[in-house]
Write a new protein. Structure first.
Length: 161
């Protein structure tokens, strides 16, 4: 349907919730909006920022650590640069706000995104959101360490003396 805005579904912390934020393609940034990085630098408190997954985390992180939400754009489902950006932002720079993935988000890959530190996902519809939640919850533990559980199982197992 032409002229009607496309509705997306937000999954945050493994639940479908109403999105309190509005993502905009250009500035100025204001509270309640997620604005592009170039429009966000002079943003008032309460404004979110979005960055492209190809951005260099070393250049961006020091400037966005105070944002309540950092949304990372994934331009294609096969582009994993945003995963690295998210994990580095969490682990190296200690970002503690909402880390949101948007763009070409494939529900089957949200488990990996979640393990890298993403806690919110913008998906095309409710069915995709339900699949994403199921994918995130399908494994109770993983062999490899991640942002969510840095220590792999073999390092968490008690050794009998």
């Amino acid at each position: 349907m032409r002229g009607r805005p496309r509705r997306f579904v937000l999954v945050k912390d493994c639940a479908i919730i109403a999105d309190e934020w509005t993502l905009v393609g250009e500035g100025p940034a204001r509270p309640g909006l997620i604005a592009p990085l170039d429009a966000w630098f002079d943003a008032p408190d309460g404004a979110g920022v979005w960055v492209d997954g190809s951005a260099e985390v070393e250049e961006v992180a020091p400037r966005v650590l105070g944002a309540p939400v950092v949304a990372v754009h994934f331009p294609a489902f096969a582009d994993g640069r945003g995963l690295s950006f998210g994990r580095l932002l969490r682990e190296r720079y200690g970002y503690g706000g909402e880390l949101r993935a948007f763009g070409e988000i494939v529900p089957d890959l949200t488990e990996y995104m979640h393990r890298c530190g993403f806690d919110a996902f913008v998906l095309a519809d409710r069915r995709q959101a339900e699949v994403a939640i199921a994918c995130i919850q399908r494994m109770s533990d993983h062999y490899q360490g991640s942002f969510r559980q840095p220590r792999p199982p073999y390092l968490r197992t008690a050794v009998c003396a």
